[in-house]
Design a binder for this molecule. Sequence first.
Ligand SMILES: [Zn+2]
Length: 328
Amino acid sequence: MATIGIDIGGTKIASAVFQPGSSEQLFPKTTATPHEPTLFIDTLVEHITRLQTKEPNVAAIGIATAGVVDSVQGEMLGSTGNLPALNNIPSLRKVIEARCKLPVFIENDANAAAYGECRSGAGQGCADMLMVTLGTGVGTGLVVHNQLVRGAHFFAGEGGHIAISMNNDRKCTCGRWDCWEAYASGTGLTQTIRQTLRQLMPAARTPFWKQFDDIESRTTHDLFAGMAAQDPIALQIVDTWHEHIAAGLGSVVNLLDPAMVVIGGGLCQFVDLTQLLRLTRPRSMNANLKLVKATLGNHAGMVGAACIAWEKTASKQPELSLSDSAVY
Ligand SMILES: [Zn+2]
């Protein structure tokens, strides 16, 4: 029996069918995310009914979404500004189950991505794994003894909001000061770029940066172009960014002691693992800290959601042995 995996993002909804134990996407499709609740539900149902037509042998649906998710009840406890439609849908699980007649399981996207990497990606075979997702924000997902850790109120994965300074230097999007995310995320890195350029006298800027008139419009895109061109200021900012990542990572590792840390997200391709390990080890109690990069790319959430749906459904079916669900 296959499962459907769906990833709901602020701009896109992606879906595919997955066979047990496989991260291969079957019949994948991506559409824009509607912001009007009725259209949002209709679009989700269209994704599901299309996949049910392609693969009639579907046992359950797993949905990964941004925001704080009560994965027991299948309800959103806190949406993000990027997904306004979800603020007006009391129980996403009940609505989709009523329309599609299949069991539905909902998970926070950072948790789902961590679970996907643990079961079918970079962390395969590792029972205690931390995933750090570096994108617009910083997400963390923790798997302990092969189980996702969600916390008493379902926000155990919000590790991006640990404070890495007490100086009130930089305000985070959550409203607090000096969160890890305010430095290590794409949003934080953009601030570091502009702050660095602001502090440099125009004459001290290298030719790469002198080509831009407006330093307040510079982004990570410019930074990584400068890094590829071996511009010394760009390289210095990238070094600082690695120090910012290490500052939070060392603390998180000391608290959780994972066997492996998987670095994922859209910015992970720019992370130098050797440099990050060199900067993190002095901050960590674990002298043999293991860092690897994620392998499932932006499909990790979908894979993890499909996997959770399969395991939860399989565990209720007495004809399936425990080993069947354990290996997936
Ligand atoms: Zn924060």
